[in-house]
Design a protein around this ligand. Structure first.
Ligand SMILES: Nc1ncnc2c1ncn2[C@@H]1O[C@H](COP(=O)(O)OP(=O)(O)OP(=O)(O)O)[C@@H](O)[C@H]1O
Length: 518
């Protein structure tokens, strides 16, 4: 009647195609998820969702999705067809016995549904707990020096064990649920056989069906129940995958920043005039805490402006707004009179040189780290020129492979990393230079020399505007203008002399620093 074997062979042929499609979808999904992650407007997403967690999800979750499409869907399709065939044949053989089997399969499906939902929830939990355990392991290993110095190996191990214990708990409950599901299946399967033998035997005795028909019936009802079981098993595995992949789906649902979608304005030249006009800002993760309030100041072309203030007063946040990592909540930033948010983001970032507080280098050779982000081809001699300007050439030349040396976190000191980051900023020959504690790890002499380079005119003889955040008096004194911040607001603006005469917060800060030095 039904050549199931042939049917299986044909459907298994489809399996190869399914896997092919699944792998294509997998690659596309990973690309989409990475794309959404890289182009997010709110980069604080990465603060809450640790990067390690995200990357493990990108791999593991997408593989789950691929497995579902390539394997589970194929098996579901095969068993639905097989079950439907068996059901039709059973009803043709004997509809009362066929209906009994349908009743048992319905109960089986209901148990399956509950089990599938449970698996979905459990899979989500397993993903979350595994991610937390991984995070602890990653954190402990990356902060191994801090852990050793504080002698907290035992505590860290305890933290890791706690998460593993939670994982074991969930796995135990999952196994119990699987046992219950298997028990239900076996009980229902055997009850079908008992019903078939009991009622079928009675029907044979009454002469309604033949022994041959009953044998066929038992065989096909077995097919039907097994198909129902397989469909259930695969649907629960599908639910698990859906549960586990929810985070990746959520990531892909986030819209990329409009900065990258809409092409903005490219100015005909950039003089370097920056104006902050009544700028206020709240971080999206802390919408009730104003970090910057009604800030207005300007940086004229060629000017060096220092931003000073207590720790946490909002200095780096101002820089983040200028780099367009965030949009001001109120007010606006103008560049050469044009609103910053209307400028083409790539064009703008090409014209800015930025050195952050603790510059991070990529695991590439030193030359690639220096030329990182440059849009045109950079000659080796230009890289060496930038390194010389940043007072990095001597130590780079002393490394075993010179500029070809692969950068490793342990290889370079904080000051050496800063010099490479400074060379990276200089090589871009930017119109605007932003330095956030960029020379804090340099010795006094190197800092003095490097400052001269920051100020110098650009290769096309135009001036360069510099915004510098610093705590060291020597750096601040050299600025044309000093902006003093306190609690997210500007409390004083002026030159070093003017501010000392004012005898306000700046004068107090400099006196304290002078006292500390003496
Ligand atoms: N991504 C963030 N999400 C939420 N709050 C943040 C974030 N980054 C900084 N903050 C908060 O904003 C405030 C200002 O931080 P900011 O880094 O701008 O200060 P700062 O003056 O540069 O400090 P420092 O001199 O120590 O670098 C702080 O209270 C800080 O906790």
């Amino acid at each position: 009647m039904f050549n199931f074997w042939n049917m299986q062979v044909k459907i298994f042929g489809v399996r190869g195609c399914c896997f092919g499609i699944a792998n294509m979808i997998l690659v596309k999904r990973i690309r989409e998820a990475l794309y959404s992650a890289l182009l997010l407007q709110d980069i604080s997403f990465f603060d809450s969702e640790t990067v390690g967690d995200l990357t493990s999800r990108l791999g593991a979750d997408c593989q789950q999705v691929s497995r579902v499409i390539g394997n589970d869907l194929n098996l579901i399709l095969r068993n639905v067809l097989q079950g439907a065939g068996s059901l039709i044949y059973l009803l043709v053989l004997s509809w009362p016995l066929g209906l009994c089997t349908v009743g048992i399969c319905t109960i089986l499906s209901a148990v399956m549904l509950i089990y599938g939902r449970y698996q979905k929830k459990a899979a989500r939990l397993v993903q979350e707990v595994t991610a937390s355990a991984n995070q602890v392991a990653q954190e402990t290993l990356s902060l191994i020096r801090t852990v050793r110095v504080h002698g907290t190996e035992g505590e860290e191990l305890g933290r890791y064990k706690w998460w593993l214990g939670k994982l074991a708990d969930i796995s135990l409950r999952q196994s119990a649920a699987y046992g219950f599901w298997n028990l239900s299946f076996n009980s229902l399967y055997h009850s079908t056989q008992v019903i078939a033998v009991l009622f079928g035997g009675m029907a044979i005795l009454a002469g309604h069906i033949t022994a041959e028909k009953l044998t066929k019936f038992i065989l096909y009802s077995e097919w039907l129940i097994y198909s129902t079981w397989w469909v259930g098993d695969n649907i629960s595995s599908l639910m698990q995958s859906v549960g586990a992949s929810e985070k990746v789906f959520r990531l892909m649902d986030l819209l990329p920043s409009s900065q990258f979608i809409e092409r903005g304005v490219k100015l005909q030249g950039l003089t370097g005039l920056i104006e902050f006009i009544d700028v206020s800002f709240y971080y999206p993760s802390r919408p009730t805490v104003p970090v910057v309030q009604h800030v207005s100041f300007s940086v004229h072309p060629g000017e060096v402006v220092a931003i000073v203030g207590f720790s946490g007063s909002g200095k780096s946040t101002l820089v983040n707004l200028l780099l367009q990592l965030y949009e001001p909540t109120n007010g606006q930033i103008l560049i050469d009179g044009h609103p910053l948010k209307e400028l083409d983001i790539m064009w703008w970032r090409e014209r800015i040189g930025y050195v952050g507080q603790e510059p991070k280098l990529f695991r590439m050779d030193i030359s690639s780290n220096i030329s990182y982000g440059c849009t045109h081809y950079i000659k080796q001699e230009d890289i060496e020129w930038a390194a010389k300007q940043a007072y990095a050439h001597d130590f780079i030349s002393a490394l075993p492979n010179g500029y070809e040396t692969l950068v490793d976190d342990d290889l370079l000191s904080g000051g050496q990393r800063q010099r490479i980051a400074i060379a990276r900023a200089i090589i871009r020959d930017p119109s605007i230079l932003v330095l956030d504690e960029a020379t804090s790890a340099l010795d006094a002499e190197s800092e003095y020399n490097v400052q001269g380079v920051f100020r110098s005119v650009r290769s096309d003889l135009t001036t360069r505007s510099v915004i510098v955040i610093a705590h060291r008096l020597s750096t601040i004194k050299a600025a044309d203008k000093i902006v003093v911040m306190d609690g997210g607001q500007i409390v004083e603006i002026g030159s070093h002399r003017e501010l000392l005469l004012k005898d306000g917060l700046y004068a107090r800060l400099t006196r304290k620093q002078a006292d500390a030095m003496s």
